[in-house]
Design a protein around this ligand. Structure first.
Ligand code: NAP
Length: 318
């Protein structure tokens, strides 16, 4: 067993965690960032981010995160990729993180673990994942050149990814369970003017069929109750997300949907445990908000270290 004691452990390496790391390292605080996979978070699945200030022509999620990483590297943030946090013990003064190779102790923790795509749990979903079913159009769209694909969902992600798929596929069929999109007006306008995009309204996908790969989806019309089989080569799921908070112990207060409850300084109910970005119980989920919350959580963690005497008082700065 190895042991490591740090001032702040940041859990999650998306825009939120990276920004928290940037702030902490710039303030010369000993921080480590633990990321279950590679850094980047959900943002890397966005082909074009048009609402992050500073990029008038938009920027892809991958590029934006690369720039963030470069900036944190400049200030020396230690990033441990492929380091899942399996559990968190909050009994003593030090927070104890259970990692694959041992434990890591920290005076404060920032939960920036984000969310993961929700699964529908329908027949065929598991079997055909990676064989026609995907949760990432940005990654897999080129595989469906001149093919017919389906997108499930009616939010910003579904529309954004359907528009991206339309650059490759011969036709994109968007299936939504209601008769109007949840997506923003801007996305709705773009969707309605994309000739390759077709809509199946008031409908849900009940089953996915195929042989080696996906060949069709069974779609039920919620108004008539009738089902039909729609031939498609690929199906992209965008039906929302689930918070990555399963590693937190019961003592940390979550809301009914599993997101961490905090006050406006992003302090959870446990002293020294902060939450920020998509894993936090906040109403809007945006890359810019995740980054901003990462900064705020870092400042709050810094203040906490001062109050427990682990740091000299914050001297201001920018
Ligand atoms: P979302 O806004 O929660 O939308 C999920 C969609 O899936 C909804 O249309 C929902 O239908 C549908 N859905 C949920 N459960 C379903 C089920 N069991 N069966 C069928 N359909 C189901 O999720 P999101 O699109 O991933 O977006 C998440 C957040 O990220 C939002 O705040 C969004 O604004 C933000 N986002 C922003 C951008 C951007 O600004 N560029 C891009 C992507 C995401 P109902 O509408 O009927 O509930």
């Amino acid at each position: 067993m190895t042991e490591d004691i740090r001032d702040v452990a940041i859990i999650g390496g998306g825009p939120c965690g990276l920004t928290a790391g940037l702030y902490l390292c710039r303030a010369r605080i000993d921080a480590v960032l633990l990321e279950e996979q590679l850094t980047g978070g959900q943002a890397i699945y966005s082909p074009l981010i048009e609402n992050y200030p500073g990029f008038p022509d938009g920027i892809s999620g991958v590029e934006l995160v690369e720039l963030m990483k470069k900036q944190t590297e400049r200030f020396g943030l230690e990033v441990k990729a492929f380091s899942p946090v399996n559990g968190l013990m909050l009994d003593g003064d030090l927070k104890v993180l259970a990692l694959d190779g041992g434990e890591l102790k920290a005076r404060a923790v920032i939960v920036a673990s984000g969310r993961s795509p929700r699964k529908l749990g329908i027949p065929g979903e598991e079997k055909y994942t990676g064989r026609g079913i995907s949760y990432c159009a940005t990654c897999d769209a080129p595989l469906f050149k001149e093919r017919v694909v389906m997108v499930i969902g009616g939010g910003d992600a579904a529309v954004e990814e359907a528009l991206h798929l339309a650059r490759f596929a011969s036709k994109v069929i968007l299936v939504h369970r209601r008769d109007e999109l949840r997506a923003s007006a801007h996305h709705q306008e773009r969707a309605m003017s994309e000739p390759k995009l077709e809509f199946i309204w008031n409908s849900e996908v009940l089953e996915i069929k195929g042989d080696q790969t996906v060949s069709s989806a069974v779609v039920r019309d919620n108004v008539t109750g009738e089902s039909s089989e729609v031939p498609v080569s690929g199906i992209f799921f965008y039906v929302g997300n689930e918070p990555n908070t399963g590693f937190l112990p019961d003592v940390v207060e979550l809301n009914g949907a599993g997101y961490v409850v905090t006050n406006d300084r992003l302090e959870s109910n446990i002293a020294g445990v902060f939450a920020a970005g998509d894993a936090r119980a906040n109403y809007f989920k945006q890359v810019i908000l995740a980054a901003a919350e990462g900064a705020l959580a870092a400042l709050s963690a810094q203040r906490y270290l001062e109050t427990i005497g682990a740091r000299k008082a914050y001297e201001g700065g920018h």
